[in-house]
Ligand binder design. Structure first.
Ligand SMILES: C[S@@+](CC[C@H](N)C(=O)[O-])C[C@H]1O[C@@H](n2cnc3c(N)ncnc32)[C@H](O)[C@@H]1O
Length: 216
């Protein structure tokens, strides 16, 4: 993490008013794919990490039972709360939570985890820890849209601010999900430096029939 959690929170709270109007075409394309792949059912609880002003959380709320939106910036979440109220969405809960400690009730069921354009603020070892936390929720699907490198990063490229951003390679992220027992089912290349990764739980070996699934 190139800045502390407090520094990131203050920086985002400062820009919260203008945030929604400042986004690139690639950001919008990435967010649309995250929403599309998340695809919750009406009984699902979605956990959106680094939720900001609610681009993903608010879009998914009409299709899900509940959306837990977690972020470190109260300014960003206040915008999200305002928009949720305006849209009449009462099933979205914005509350403080970090990637590595989303502060959700241990008994809370989570079916789908989403995150868009946020994980790249963490260093790679912290991203791994965050992905471990996502896995520990028991979610069947994680959809991560983020700044991530398919190729050698170009330091002059627009998606990467070396002072505040610390993007991983796509390979590092895929490996982290695989290490946590997910199957990575989709990798979308939105831009050389913007990826959407869909990670899903395979059938556990202990589940009936899993060991005998092949030809006999
Ligand atoms: C670029 S915004 C993305 C917001 C939203 N997901 C979207 O798609 O518009 C990044 C967000 O990540 C949050 N963030 C940064 N570091 C975080 C951390 N360690 N834990 C949780 N959220 C974090 C920031 O406060 C900010 O709201």
């Amino acid at each position: 993490m190139k800045k502390t959690v407090e520094e990131h929170a203050a920086r985002f709270s400062e820009m919260a008013d203008a945030y929604d109007d400042s986004k690139s075409d690639e950001y919008h394309a990435c967010a649309s794919l995250v929403i599309e792949y998340a695809d919750p059912s009406a009984a699902d609880t979605v956990l959106d990490l680094g939720a900001g002003t609610g681009a993903i959380a608010l879009a998914l709320a009409p299709d899900a039972e509940r959306v837990l939106a977690r972020d470190i910036s109260e300014g960003m979440m206040d915008e999200g709360r305002r928009k949720a109220e305006e849209a009449g969405l009462s099933n979205v809960e914005f509350a403080y939570g970090e990637f590595r400690d989303p502060e959700i009730d241990p008994d809370q069921r989570v079916d789908v985890v989403t995150s868009n354009f946020a994980l790249h603020h963490l260093a790679d070892d912290e991203k791994r820890e965050a992905i471990r936390v996502m896995a520990a929720t028991g979610a069947r699907r994680v959809v991560l849209g983020d700044v991530a490198f398919f190729e050698e990063p170009d330091p002059a490229a627009p998606f990467y601010g070396p002072e505040v951003d610390d993007p991983a390679t796509v390979g590092t992220l895929v490996e982290a999900f695989t290490d946590e027992g997910f199957a990575v089912t989709t990798v979308e290349r939105v831009h050389d430096q913007v990826a959407v990764i869909v990670a899903e739980r395979g059938q556990a070996l202990s589940e009936p029939g899993a060991e005998t699934g092949g030809p006999e």
